[in-house]
Design a protein around this ligand. Structure first.
Ligand SMILES: [Zn+2]
Length: 260
């Protein structure tokens, strides 16, 4: 896919189409936005700051994903995603899932520069964009497939950008996801709550997939650093994981499918 001549992004200021000119994307009203050296496009307005995951978080997630422990989720998503039309991955992170999706035209949106540098450097099949997922630089009714893995669903924006036959795929942690990791960290383990959307889109189906992977100490620590548990338990958590040494961990995902 060539993202120079037939790009479907719009100007975040005036909502007119953007076209690429050298290292910038410009609209007819001469609003201009820069491509980073890695190739992602910065469409954040100056007033808002990049607040996404930092480099340590991105490195931990990359190290963990490279173990292949979540590949079964990626493979499953690829079977569900249409191989035509435009795809938007909202909260794409470092592009682990986005890069594999079979669509000809893909856009990945995230607020983390560190994640997008990694994504753009490793995946030329997608145009990555620094942007909030709650204010998307995409025209109404243009996207056939919207995907969000492990991030809040931007329901109003998704409803706006989807074509009439479009779908939204929302991946959330299943009740038992990372149960054994939580057992190491906490005295009492609570199951993850169900995060099905109650309004804004039409619910179609949920696919539940599970797998168990073996994690050595390094993998446990990478995994821990990419979860919210790291914020809550900090160094104490790392000590407990080192003590545990290794573990078999359940990965469980709910893949919710919605229509417009
Ligand atoms: Zn403009």
């Amino acid at each position: 896919m060539c993202y120079t001549c037939c790009m479907h992004l719009i100007c975040p200021v005036c909502r007119r189409p953007l076209v690429r000119k050298d290292r910038s994307a410009v609209c007819e009203n001469r609003h201009s936005f820069d491509y980073a050296k890695s190739g992602y496009l910065n469409l954040l307005l100056k007033a808002s700051a990049s607040t996404g995951d930092d480099r340590d978080m991105v490195n931990a997630r990359t190290a963990f994903l490279n173990t292949g422990s979540y590949q079964f989720l990626r493979d499953q998503l690829c079977t569900l995603i249409p191989d035509d039309g435009i795809l938007a991955d909202l909260g794409c992170g470092e592009g682990y899932y986005t890069s594999a999706f079979p669509c000809p035209e893909k856009y990945g949106f995230d607020l983390s520069k560190a994640a997008l540098i990694h994504a753009a450097n490793h995946d030329p099949s997608t145009q990555y964009v620094l942007s909030s997922i709650f204010h998307l630089p995409l025209a109404d009714h243009t996207v056939k497939t919207a995907v969000t893995c492990f991030a809040p669903a931007a329901v109003e924006e998704i409803s706006r950008i989807l074509t009439d036959d479009g779908i939204f795929i929302h991946v959330t942690p299943g009740p038992d996801h990372l149960y054994e990791l939580k057992e190491i960290l906490y005295e009492q383990v609570r199951l993850n709550p169900d995060k099905k959307l109650s309004k804004g889109l039409t619910y179609r189906d949920t696919i539940v997939i599970s797998d168990i992977f073996h994690a050595d100490t390094d993998t446990l620590i990478s995994l821990f650093r990419m979860t919210p548990y790291a914020w809550r338990t900090g160094k104490d958590g790392i000590d407990k994981l080192k003590q545990a040494g290794e573990a078999d961990i359940t990965a469980q995902f709910h893949i919710h499918i919605y229509a417009k």
